[in-house]
Design a binder for this molecule. Structure first.
Ligand SMILES: [Fe+2]
Ligand SMILES: [Fe+2]
Length: 161
């Protein structure tokens, strides 16, 4: 059985993963609106991955004798100042999520909940990957500078994900 504090924290993270998916879908629509279909497609795939993360929390909650609870999902922004500003938010968001996963791990360890700690290990590793992949795109965006041609080249590259 899950302790109520752990169950509540896992449900909070389930909601945050759904928000991540929602945020990236909103960004996918934004990039599509500014004619960057590669960025749009990259974020659409990312949104699907976040939904997968949410389902891992859903399944673990259920398997561990808790109950997944569907709370309201916060509405993400609709507009961004530009392609670089939007992607900077992706990078910042992933860093924030890493902090949430680490806080969850701290809680699982403090409560001596070994099963939850082992479940969370996958997310600790996943966040290293998420920060790496989003950081790489951001570095490429920085390198593009003000060149529209390079931006379209990067967009074409991201369409291949
Ligand atoms: Fe995630
Ligand atoms: Fe993520």
């Amino acid at each position: 059985m899950l302790k109520p504090t752990i169950e509540a924290a896992l449900n909070r993270q389930l909601n945050r993963e759904l928000y991540s998916s929602y945020l990236y879908l909103a960004m996918s629509a934004y990039y599509d609106s500014i004619n960057l279909p590669g960025f749009s497609s990259w974020l659409r795939i990312q949104a699907k991955e976040e939904l997968g993360h949410a389902m891992k929390f859903y399944d673990y909650l259920s398997d561990a004798g808790g109950r997944p609870v569907m709370e309201a999902i916060e509405a993400p922004p609709k507009e961004w100042a530009g392609p670089k500003e939007a992607f900077a938010e992706v990078v910042a968001h992933e860093r924030a999520v890493t902090g949430m996963i680490w806080a969850l791990m701290d809680l699982a360890q403090a409560e001596k909940d070994h099963a939850t700690a082992i479940f969370l290990q996958w997310f600790v590793t996943e966040q290293v990957e998420e920060e790496k992949s989003t950081g790489a795109v951001m570095a490429q965006l920085e390198a593009v500078g003000g060149s529209v041609g390079s931006l379209y080249g990067l967009d074409h590259h991201l369409a291949k994900r």
